[in-house]
Design a protein. Structure first.
Length: 99
């Protein structure tokens, strides 16, 4: 969305919460994770029609030697810090079993 559209949406919400007489903001700053060349996105997400089995595909080890962790590998808590953390523990346990 264009900045003006975002601002209008946000102001509508704020007016719903605090009344229509609230002042207009003097400035607005919003993140643009998708177009930021250093992030190119924010959260992993499933494309329409995809199912959670993609998490298992991403997490699948290579030759029982290279193991993967991270929020995109978590079926239960995709796109969260705790999903990433728990997947790291699971990957570490897999490494321990493989040696
Ligand atoms: C704006 C925002 C708000 C969020 N809020 C919440 C929240 O409130 N609660 C919550 O649970 N989660 C939240 N999340 C999600 C959470 O931050 C992520 O799910 C979590 O950080 C993912 O951890 P990760 O270790 O899988 O990946 P990351 O934290 O992305 O770590 C991956 C690391 O790999 C590094 N890397 C990438 N490519 C390479 C390379 N080629 N070589 C070496 N290093 C590389 C990156 O620099 C990065 O440090 C939020 C995310 C965003 C963007």
């Amino acid at each position: 969305m264009e900045d003006a559209e975002v601002l209008e949406l946000v102001m509508n919400d704020l007016k719903g919460m605090f009344g229509t007489s609230i002042p207009e903001p003097v400035a607005m700053k919003k993140t643009s994770w998708h177009t930021n060349p250093y992030s190119l996105g924010s959260y992993p997400h499933l494309k329409p029609g995809a199912d959670l089995s993609v998490c298992d595909t991403i997490a699948a080890p290579l030759a029982d030697k290279v193991f993967f962790a991270g929020d995109a590998t978590s079926r239960k808590y995709m796109a969260t810090a705790h999903g990433a953390y728990l997947s790291g523990i699971a990957a570490a346990e897999s490494i321990m079993k493989s040696v």
